[in-house]
Design a binder for this molecule. Sequence first.
Ligand code: GMT
Length: 379
Amino acid sequence: MNIAIVCYPTFGGSGVLATELGIALADMGHQVHFVTYKQPVKLALLSHHVYFHEVAVPDYPLFRYQPYELALSSTLVNVVKDHNIEILHVHYAIPHAYAGFMAQQMLLEEGIKIPMVTTLHGTDITLVGNHPFYKPAVTFSINKSDAVTSVSESLKQDTLTHFPIKRPIEVIPNFIDLSKMDQQDGPCERGAMAEPHERIITHVSNLRPVKRLLDVVEIFDRVVAQCPARLVIVGDGPDKAPAKALIEQKGLKSKVQFMGNSDEVHKILCLTDLFLLPSQIESFGLAALEAMACRVPVISTNVGGLSEVNVHGYSGYLSDVGDVESMAENALSILMDDATLDRFKDQARAQAQNFSIDLVVPQYEALYKKTIAETELAV
Ligand code: GMT
């Protein structure tokens, strides 16, 4: 199949997932065309059957806001025509589903009927999409999609609760390539991050308020009082400064390392003992799945799709949002002795196997084929 994928090219989970999906589909022999404003961070263009088309939005003095949707839909029209694209797959509804629908309409004028699959990722529904500014356009573009998927059962229910959706929503969970996670250039260099007797605790996110980075610090503060440990924070975002201030105030500075945005998350996870994800909202928690794939148990909240990913008492533990006491207690119960930690590490990896790339990517492939066949029948 000739497939066009629209996504955010950044470190966010939806962009990472879309990129991994495109690479996997290309490995299966499909031609995959990424259409976005920058080469996706995890996309190596030297791989076979993968192409990148930049959406350029030239600046113009009249514009206060650059019309990205317009440029995206125009680029999509050209890519579809130039490369005989058979299906569009847009990740994150805003504004991709809307721009995709406009491209479909323009192509229809030229007699080209191209189906569109929209994948809902989370904040496009729960945080941003639900805002009255966007809601009518988000509802419209979901209803106009030829197929809609969500990354968890919880996100599907949230979508149906908050939006008048007339289309069926198929749950296709996020996935992980376990073999990629196993590829290391060498042994995990724990010594670079901690003393031999210290546990390594990691948090990876875009450090926005929804990730509750201050809770990460509060949990670590309680853990380190009873168990020698280091905290590694990967990512960048608005809560970095308040977290640094709290770390300073608690006298934890020498035990916490900020890594910024990193291309080597799996190398950091390789030497990690415990992952913290105390989010306010999380439709799935791809970061937790990545940790589990690297044999790292997860202490998380119980919101959204997290309970579909992290199994309480098995791959880690789940607590209510903001309950840092419970999260610290659970963390300590895993970290206090080697045998328990090893058991949780094995269980985390076993749970991650339920989201293996081999189980999930064929679901997207089957959905594309079905959607293309239905579109052809409708012509
Ligand atoms: O909001 C984010 O954390 C970024 C966002 C994205 O689109 O990159 O993440 C959402 O999609 C991820 C991939 O499907 C999910 O794993 C995250 O749980 C989800 N984030 C939220 O729901 C907050």
